[in-house]
Each structure stands twice: as C-alpha cells, then as structure tokens.
Design a protein around this ligand. Structure first.
Ligand SMILES: *Cc1c(COP(=O)(O)O)cnc(C)c1O
Ligand code: SF4
Length: 460
C-alpha cells in the first residue's frame, strides 16, 4: 500500500514545510511581532482575557492563516486570539485592573477561577451521564452516549496545536476540571468494547489526539484492531490538526510513520475516518493544508469535516459554501454544522438558531449534491443531537421543525417535532413545543434516564 501513498518529499520553497511545532501562549503575548501594532489598552485586554480563557497558538497559524491587515475582524484572528468582548464588562475590568498593576499571580488566578466558574463550565451533562462502567468500575476516559458509538479520550491527547477561542472544552484547558484517566486506559476500553457488541465505532477525541506522537497514538489504535473486536467497523479520530498544524501529516518527523499507521487500520479491515474540524475556508488555502489532506486520503482513510457556526468567525453563507466547496474539491466530505454550546464566552459567539438555519440553508442551496452530505445546524444537547431542520408555516402560525440525528433512546431518532417560532432562541432549552404541551415528547423519559432509570417509558 505504501507504494501508492503520496510520499513526503520536502519542498524547500514552501516556508510552512520548514517549521517545527512550538506552542505560544499567554506569556508570549509581548513576544509576538504581529501584535506589536496593537495599542497598549488592547494588548492589556488580551492578556486579561487570556488569564481566564485558554489561549494557545502557533507560528503557522500566526504567519499563514491570519490576515493581519484585517484585525481585529479577521476570522482566524477571532478564532484563535482572545478578544475583549469574550468577558462581561465587569469581569474584563476586574482582570484588566489586576493585570495592569501586575498583581500577585495568586490574586490573578483566584479572580480568574471565580469568573470561570460563572461561565457554565459543564453544559449538557456530558460527564456525569455518559460515563460507562465495567464490573461496577468506571471506564476511565470513555463516554458512551449513543448505542453504536463510544468516545475515547486518550490521556496524552488532551491539548491542541492551537486553541479555538470558543471551545466548549475550555474548562479542561484552564485546569478547571479534568477527565479521569488511568494508566491502563486502553486495556479498559478494549475490555469494555469486548462486552459491547452493539458498538460499531469508536471516536478517538480530545483535545486533539493528533497532538500525540505516532508511537503513542499507535498504542491506542492498534489494540482496537484486535480480531476480538470484529464488531468495530470503523474508527474515527477527531482532529483540528489538518487546519492548525497540517505539518503533522506531511513534514513532522513521524508523519510517514503516521501514514503507515493509518494504512494498518485499513489493512485490519476497519475504516478510518479523520473527523477534521475546519472552521473557515482560509484553513484550506495553504499548499501544506492541501498536501495534508492528500496524504491522509492516500492511506485509504476518509476525511469528514465538521465545525460549529460561530459569530465573528463563520457566520455567513458565503464562508460555509466556500468551505464545503473546497472540502469537496479536495476529496473531503462535509459532515456536521454544529450550534455553539451554552458555555464559556458564548454570548460573544452565539448566533440564534433561526439565523443559523438561514445561513445553513443559503449555503446548502448554493452547493452541489456532493457537498449536501452536510447536516445542520445540529445541537449536541443532553437528549441527543437535535437538527434544526427548517421552518414551517401552518394555519398562519410559524414553527421550527426539529429532528433527532442521534439520541439517547434510538427510538427518538428521525422523529420530527415542532417548536414555536422564536427568532432569538439559541438552544433547545429555550424552545417551546408547538402542540400546547408544556414539554417535548422526550423530556419525561429524559428525566427518568437522568435519575438512573434507563428503561423508563415516556409518559406521553
Ligand atoms: C456526535 C457524537 C457522536 C457521534 O455521532 P454521529 O452522528 O455518529 O456522528 C457520538 N457520541 C457523542 C457523545 C456525540 O456527541
Ligand atoms: S481544536 Fe477542538 S478541542 Fe481543540 S480548542 Fe479547538 S474546538 Fe477545542
């Protein structure tokens, strides 16, 4: 297979191929030359925010993805650099006050912690509800929410090559909470999967699993290829590396070994899908980003693409149409458009559901069927992935059509339901059923599940 795979022949004329990875963070703000043009006040505000929300970037993002002639409006700058509007004015002032007078580290951290705790760090019951058990013991670093799919969080894949300013995993990156890991993590995962033949796919996620060296990633992937796990038909890796650090697949010292590892997954009879997080067409504009996609696909893996719709970053039909068009052109498959979750700097980034739908549909209508593999806008809510499917006018009243793409109870999948039209609502819990009932059809059963009675029958 390796003979057909694209080889990593270096192209010395491409500066992005000569980089080695180094992360830049809050302490480097004064050392980034491109920020020298900012006035003192703006830089101070940036430091203030970067003490509360995670900040991490790298030289490739700075030099090749951000258009510095267009800051602060540039979408890639908004995506990676802390902005004053991400904190409420009183919180921003408080942090600016502390940073400006060079307050003791302890005081800054204490104030930051208070603000962090006020930013709804645990939306959608992800951690408590979805943690599986094996013989009464929690399986560390695993979530099992939908019958056929298990999420796996390898301990060494919990950072990223840069941090997205809107990331819903921000509490993990600022050390507010951590997942529980154990040294025999992969062994527990495999033991759990052996007992669960209904699981057909594993999603390896983070952070970003592609932050791991190939040899470390292999320790996660290879046990999943065991003949005893024949019921696994596919393995996904969720990653933003194709956008933030395409060098990972092209020029990093172990990139060839990574390609061979990807090939081994296919050779073992499993499909490997790289679930690439692309937020903006700019991320697909560099030669090395193209080569990364070509190399991944040359191993037999597919690339499926997903991202949330974010104000200041990609809140236009044009951005999405371009993004999907470019993905199709490069052989990647548009997959999900998500709604931003109710956490962290959400007020800065969120777009009302109805507006997101309008952007999605305008973009969807303008692309060919090859790009219409994308589904959205989709909310990853406690009961499941809920699609905002369209607007419907019946008897002079307007409704929002919703549908489960994934659900805690598989019976809910595919069943359309209606909410009253509300141009401001930003999440499922702000919507009201159209049928006059006080709650949606799944809510009573969902409450029972939350109380730990999974077999409960819906009351309606
Ligand atoms: C999105 C998601 C999945 C995968 O869902 P697909 O529709 O199969 O892509 C699995 N588990 C969780 C918790 C998810 O949020
Ligand atoms: S790449 Fe994903 S996990 Fe990492 S910061 Fe961005 S959204 Fe969060």
């Amino acid at each position: 297979m390796s003979s057909t795979a694209e080889q990593s022949i270096l192209n010395p004329s491409d500066p992005s191929e000569n980089r080695s990875f180094r992360a830049l963070g809050t302490k480097d703000i004064d050392r980034i030359p491109q920020l020298e043009g900012l006035d003192g006040e703006t830089r101070l505000a940036m430091k203030a925010v970067a003490n509360v929300l995670p900040f991490r970037v790298n030289q490739y993002v700075i030099d090749e993805l951000i258009d510095w002639s267009n800051i602060p409006n540039d979408p890639m700058y908004q995506l990676t650099f802390p902005q004053p509007g991400m904190l409420a004015p009183e919180n921003l002032d408080r942090m600016i006050g502390l940073v400006a007078k060079d307050a003791p580290r302890m005081d800054i951290v204490r104030a930051a912690r208070e603000i962090q705790r006020s930013l709804n760090p645990h939306p959608a019951g992800q951690f408590e509800l979805n943690v599986p058990k094996l013989d009464g013991e929690v399986v560390p670093g695993v979530q099992h929410k939908y019958r056929e799919t298990v999420l796996f969080f390898p301990a060494s894949g919990q950072t990223c090559h840069a941090y997205c300013t809107y990331c819903f995993r921000w509490p993990q990156f600022v050390g507010l909470d951590g997942l529980k890991f154990a040294s025999k993590q992969v062994e527990s995962l495999v033991a759990y999967l052996k007992r669960h033949p209904e699981v057909s796919n594993v999603v390896i996620t983070g952070g970003d699993p592609m932050i791991m060296k190939t040899s470390v990633l292999a320790r996660t992937l290879e046990p999943l290829l065991s003949p005893e796990l024949e019921h696994l038909d596919s393995i996904r890796i969720g990653s933003k590396a194709p956008a933030y650090w395409p060098q990972r697949f092209v020029t990093d010292a172990d990139s060839d070994a990574l390609m061979r590892l990807f090939e081994r997954v296919g050779a073992a009879g499993k499909h490997l899908a790289l679930m690439a997080h692309y937020s903006h067409p700019r991320e697909l504009s560099t030669p090395i980003a193209e080569r990364a996609l070509a190399r991944i696909q040359s191993t037999g893996a597919t690339v499926r693409c997903q991202a949330p719709l974010i104000r200041h970053v990609n809140d236009s039909a044009k951005a999405w149409a371009e993004l999907w068009g470019r993905q199709v052109q490069l052989g990647a498959i548009p997959y999900y458009l998500f709604v931003e979750r109710d956490t962290g700097p959400r007020d800065y980034f969120s777009v009302p559901l109805v507006r997101s739908l309008e952007i999605f549909q305008d973009a969807y209508r303008s692309v060919s069927g090859l790009a219409r593999t994308v589904r959205g806008p989709s909310m990853s809510a406690t009961p499941g992935k809920v699609l905002v499917d369209g607007l419907l006018s019946v008897g002079g009243e307007d409704h929002i059509v919703l549908r489960f793409l994934q659900a805690r109870n598989p019976e809910w999948v595919g069943r359309p339901f209606l909410a009253r039209f509300d141009p401001e609502a930003r999440w499922l819990d702000e919507l009201v059923p159209s049928d006059g009932r006080s709650e949606f059809f799944f809510e009573a059963e969902m409450r029972a599940i939350e109380k730990g009675v999974p077999e409960a029958v819906a009351a309606s």
